[in-house]
Design a protein around this ligand. Structure first.
Ligand SMILES: Cc1cc2nc3c(=O)[nH]c(=O)nc-3n(C[C@H](O)[C@H](O)[C@H](O)COP(=O)(O)OP(=O)(O)OC[C@H]3O[C@@H](n4cnc5c(N)ncnc54)[C@H](O)[C@@H]3O)c2cc1C
Length: 375
């Protein structure tokens, strides 16, 4: 295992950073917060750079890169709070298609994703469900032509801004991840309502399935047996969000350092006082540790390592607890600026808070780590 970034990866990261800055993506995140429809334009820009093709296999016009490479790109995306469904499309959607899709489904979707013509998201959560969506209830009953879906999904990331949604439903009688099937659903066909949540850079949607029919061709993989692939897709998406949070935390450390050397109190920059200096050093250490955990989790997933699930939970737990604190510390370090939503610290803090419980609270991930040690 070698975590050093090679020249090609370093070059990709530098290009991505310049690109996100040139295209003023953070400004567009602010527009998104104000309710503007920025995703279509942004997606065209991302496609110009071939970013939606990154992890699509070569035979489907993709670039064939792995989840670690995607994490490096998403780290840069996190610095600018990318308000577009890139992690949803690649870490989740393209992954399940590649794992479970028939040749026809792959032919239809994967090249279209790579070309920037298809954006994907996923529908997992249902009202009243605990934070890890293990016990999916939305029912999919077989019909003559396919399946009939009945139920409601909530917290679908970018539900109104994507073309296709991977919907998790129960076709079997099991509980937990047993008896789960995944369906490819045309987002336009679904009755949806926007939800007002904490992180407005990444809008979420409620989907109502009421006697909603899909063809048999919408089913991904074998009926009732999508549980393990779904779990890995959730893990990959979780690592993708960790990578974005690490990128945002790096930016928060930079902002605190810059402010600490500019803002003077008692005739010297506040960064020279231990209370501030040590806080920034702690923020830096936490960010470095989170980066290592995230890279390791990405590598472990890609290489099917035995401890991959634990590694994902370790990265997620650490990002949820320690990096949320980094964003809070950043706001404190900028105390003298007064209350201001123009400060980027707000955007990062709210996003990290929203992700803190998405796909597992810290306690749930702690449980998974304990389980992996047979505790
Ligand atoms: C993104 C953002 C969100 C905010 N949200 C809110 C909010 O929700 N509610 C609200 O009331 N306010 C909010 N604020 C405003 C902020 O909390 C206040 O402006 C703050 O109380 C002012 O602190 P200060 O004057 O000590 O700052 P500064 O003097 O600039 O201090 C900055 C940091 O340095 C430390 N410090 C300063 N001098 C020394 C010293 N000599 N030795 C050691 N440490 C020192 C301070 O404790 C602080 O941590 C927010 C600010 C930002 C930037």
């Amino acid at each position: 295992m070698d975590f050093r970034i090679n020249d090609e990866q370093r070059q990709m990261r530098e290009t991505a950073r310049e690109f996100f800055e040139d295209r003023e993506v953070l400004e567009r995140a602010r527009e998104r917060i104000d309710g503007e429809a920025v995703v279509d334009d942004l997606w065209a820009d991302l496609s110009e750079m071939d970013y939606p093709a990154l992890t699509i296999p070569l035979e489907y016009n993709g670039l064939g890169d792995d989840v670690l490479y995607l994490s490096l790109l998403l780290e840069e995306a996190g610095r600018v709070a990318l308000p577009a469904p890139l992690p949803e499309t690649l870490a989740f959607g393209a992954f399940v298609l590649d794992e479970l899709g028939t040749d026809d489904q792959k032919e239809e979707f994967l090249p279209a994703i790579a070309d920037g013509e298809q954006r994907l998201s996923f529908a997992l959560y249902e009202s009243g469900q605990e934070s890890l969506p293990r016990d999916i209830q939305l029912a999919a009953a077989p019909t003559d032509e396919g399946y009939r879906l009945d139920g409601t999904k909530t917290l679908v990331p970018f539900g109104k801004q994507v073309d296709t949604i991977v919907v998790a439903a129960r076709t079997g009688s099991g509980t937990g991840m047993d008896g789960i099937s995944l369906f490819l659903v045309d987002a336009e066909r679904v009755d949806s309502e926007p939800q007002d949540t904490l992180d407005r850079t990444r809008p979420t949607t409620k989907l109502h399935f009421d006697d909603f029919t899909v063809d048999e061709s919408a089913l991904l993989g074998t009926e009732g047996e999508a549980g393990s692939v779904l779990q890995e897709a959730m893990d990959r998406y979780t690592v993708a969000t960790c990578a974005m949070t690490v990128g945002a935390a790096s930016r928060a450390v930079e902002m605190s350092s810059e402010y600490g050397s500019q803002r003077e109190q008692f005739d010297k920059p506040i960064g020279q006082f231990q209370a501030v200096k040590h806080r920034i050093a702690d923020m830096w250490m936490a960010t470095q540790a989170a980066r290592s955990l995230t890279y390791y989790a990405a590598w472990a997933l890609e290489n099917d390592e035995e401890d991959a699930a634990r590694a994902v939970s370790e990265a997620k737990l650490f990002c949820s607890e320690q990096l949320t604190q980094v964003f809070a510390d950043d706001i404190h370090n900028h105390g003298g600026m007064g209350f201001t939503s123009e400060h980027d610290g707000h955007i990062y803090f709210k996003q990290a808070k929203a992700w803190e419980t998405f796909l597992g609270t810290p306690t749930e991930h702690l449980d998974r780590i304990a389980d992996s040690h047979d505790l």
